[in-house]
Write a protein that binds this ligand. Structure first.
Ligand code: MN
Length: 726
């Protein structure tokens, strides 16, 4: 067991006497409280408390945190109460211990065999973690130190519990450390988890590393020496050059992801150069690029454009004389501390006594980031959905892209322009109609690439597309954007949607000559009991009025009623005469309403046949339509195309520009048909995801034309629809 003196040695020179006294008291208090308690390994429980405190000392956390680290288990595992802590150590330490204890009250390890309940608890845990973080991020740092020590000493637990702990660590704690920017902790948690989750993989890589270590160390020592000389010869002093070792888990992951062999990854030499100023960072970079050939595309300036919200460094890779790759990171000491300790660097800077504005800003930005995560947690009510959101949006791999102004936006890998748009602003997302990556137009389901400069093209009004909610279409990948899109649709006033639905349905019923049909009857065709629900669904766009005809066709195919037939047939006069139906004229229907069958979509010139429906006029099928075979022959009548009434219609060419997507032409067709307009011709040219439609419409009036143009323009992905002139 390490002594108190040993524990605080790294801090000793900076501690005031009263701070030393607090830590000494916490040390003694915890030891007394845990007296007699043993861990599974057989050692004193108090050893765990010291080790947790030691991790916090290594992070250079402040005195209350280290004291709370020593005391973190006393409330949960001993008779000590929070009041006792308050009395002995004051409110701040009491609060920190309380925070850690509260996290532990939702155990991640549960004896429940139900996977669902595990997930609920896990989700609840994570939510509490984040809530605690909002109060004081230091609580999380204590919890991470606690988990790290538990992972280091996992060997004494049952294999089942080892596996579970490792799973939780890899799913929750390592990503948490990563998001807090504490890389040291992240790597260790990952390696430890990997060791228990894939013991064979771990052992294989660990032994490969051991085999090559001597060679590698010799080579690296030589390389570091050479670099130091190079810098000194060029007058750069005070540089700290060191070899970087690769972590087991990261080697394994690279092997898996990039399908490389161990040697291919391990052979890559990696060094880090730390120099006092930013100016020197660029000087060092220049020297290295002069000495060896840089690899194209491997240079990244994360000083000018910090990565991961906060990470700063210059990255480059060069080819050495032996043809092997050398990766170099160049940074200042401040950048180095920020990279290694993340959010915990805040306290380290305090220790250094440096309080420049930029550094406090970095800390504030990290906290803001954490609060943003919290905000996601509050928006989502269901614990499981919350967990999914966290997993997919916060903890997965990230992609970094730029706004037009050069700000960095950090999104989950696989995000699309729509995810980006919603990240910038909900309103931008709602009005997003197109996107550019690096100045080039890209489709809305484009997968963002690291470093893309994204620009969103918006319409003046309008909302998101229903298609965006369809996971199969891949327009939206982040749960956050999905939540916002769903919210938009929910927020649309239901009454308004019912009114809109009623208007749309009335128009369709009129078009079909079915004014007498009740909304309930129409709803019943869709198996919806309530007329308002039905109208609302039409209003929301879930049901298109055109589907009504299809539903009726389905009904009529499945029904046969002799009485109805007689009634209808008796109304058919002997002599065929032309009649109009929407845009077409049919001869032989005896003045009955006609509509074109949706199953075979006859067009002028096709051989056609009419089918007398029950009270809904005559449906015109193609003669070769397979549905004809299923219809009662006594209801079939012979019909023919009439001549189109051209006098009152004008052919008008229009042009439509759009970002191509599936179903676009269909949607344009529906918009046009909604206005009872004929399409005379259509041509489409698609180039670089931009589709240009040249369409000739047959319209009755300029008002009708402008109405249909504005309707088309409101369709998702449409940039413009306009009349061609001249
Ligand atoms: Mn503990």
């Amino acid at each position: 067991m390490i002594s108190f003196e040993e524990l605080i040695r790294p801090l000793a020179s900076q501690l005031a006497a009263h701070e030393m006294a607090i830590l000494q008291k916490a040390y003694d208090f915890a030891r007394e409280a845990h007296k007699g308690q043993k861990r599974k390994s057989g050692e004193d429980f108090f050893v765990h408390c010291i080790e947790v405190a030691r991790i916090l000392v290594d992070l250079r956390m402040d005195v209350p945190v280290i004291a709370a680290g020593l005391l973190h288990d006393v409330v949960e595992d001993t008779a000590i109460t929070l009041e006792d802590l308050n009395r002995e150590f004051g409110a701040e330490i009491r609060r920190l211990v309380d925070g850690v204890t509260k996290l532990d009250q939702v155990p991640l390890n549960t004896d429940s065999t139900s996977r669902g309940r595990d997930r609920d608890r896990e989700a609840e845990y994570l939510r509490k973690t984040l809530l605690a973080m909002d109060d004081d991020v230091r609580v999380i740092l204590i919890k991470l130190a606690d988990r790290l020590h538990n992972m280091r000493t996992l060997g004494h637990l049952s294999p089942e519990r080892q596996r579970r702990m490792a799973q939780e660590t890899t799913e929750i704690f390592a990503p948490l450390a990563s998001r807090l920017g504490i890389w040291q902790m992240k790597w260790e948690l990952q390696d430890l988890s990997f060791r228990y989750l894939d013991p064979d993989g771990y052992k294989r890589i660990a032994s490969l590393i051991t085999d090559r270590r001597a060679d590698r160390d010799r080579y690296m020592t030589h390389l570091v020496e050479r670099l130091k000389q190079l810098l000194e010869q060029n007058g750069i002093t005070g540089a700290d050059v060191s070899g970087r070792s690769k972590h087991i888990y990261s080697i394994w992951r690279k092997m898996e992801q990039k399908e490389l062999t161990f040697d291919q990854i391990y052979d890559v030499r990696a060094v880090r150069v730390i120099v006092p100023t930013i100016g020197l960072c660029y000087q060092v970079l220049g020297l290295i690029h002069q000495t060896w050939r840089p690899i194209t595309g491997e240079f990244d300036d994360y000083i000018a454009a910090p990565k991961d919200n906060f990470y700063q460094s210059l990255h480059t890779a060069v080819i050495l004389e032996d043809k092997k790759t050398l990766e170099v990171q160049i940074r200042t000491p401040e950048m180095h501390v920020a990279a290694e300790y993340g959010v915990a660097a805040h306290w380290r800077y305090k220790e250094i006594g440096s309080t420049t504005r930029g550094r406090d800003e970095a800390y504030e930005r990290r906290l803001k980031y954490l609060r943003d995560m919290m905000e996601v947690g509050r928006e989502v009510e269901d614990a499981n959905e919350f967990l999914d959101t966290m997993r997919s949006d916060v903890f997965q791999d990230r992609v970094y892209v730029f706004t037009p102004r050069g700000d960095i936006v950090d999104l989950p890998a696989g995000s699309t322009p729509i995810d980006f748009a919603y990240h910038i602003h909900t309103d931008i997302g709602n009005r997003c109609r197109g996107a550019k990556a690096n100045g080039k137009l890209v489709p809305l389901d484009y997968t963002l690439q690291v470093g893309d400069r994204m620009e969103i093209l918006t319409s003046k009004r309008g909302g998101p597309s229903r298609d965006w909610l369809n996971p199969n279409l891949g327009y939206v990948r982040t749960k956050r954007a999905l939540a916002k899109i769903r919210h938009w649709f929910r927020r649309q006033d239901r009454e308004k949607m019912i009114a809109l639905g009623r208007e749309m349905l009335d128009r369709e019923l009129k078009r079909l000559g079915l004014e007498k049909m009740k909304y309930e009857q129409a709803a019943a065709l869709f198996e919806i009991d309530n007329a308002d629900d039905f109208l609302a669904q039409i209003g929301f766009g879930d049901i298109h009025p055109h589907q009504l005809v299809v539903k009726m066709a389905e009904e009529e195919v499945s029904r046969s009623d002799e009485d109805d037939l007689l009634k209808l047939v008796s109304t058919v006069p002997d002599k065929p005469r032309p009649t109009t139906s929407g845009e077409i004229q049919i001869q032989g229907t005896g003045g009955l309403l006609t509509n074109l069958a949706r199953c075979c979509n006859p067009v002028q010139g096709d051989e056609i046949i009419g089918y007398i429906t029950q009270g809904r006029g005559v449906t015109i099928h193609r003669k070769d339509c397979r549905n004809i075979l299923t219809l009662p022959t006594q209801r079939l009548i012979s019909v023919d195309w009439g001549t189109t009434d051209q006098e009152n219609r004008y052919a008008v060419p229009i042009m439509i520009n759009a970002y191509d997507r599936e179903g676009l032409l269909r949607d344009i067709g529906i918009a046009v048909a909604d206005e009872h307009i004929n399409i005379r011709s259509v041509t489409v040219n698609t180039h670089n995801h931009i589709a240009v439609f040249n369409v000739t419409l047959e319209v009755e009036s300029a008002t009708q034309l402008s109405r249909v143009l504005s309707k088309i323009e409101q369709l998702p992905n449409i940039m413009e629809a306009r009349r061609m002139t001249g």
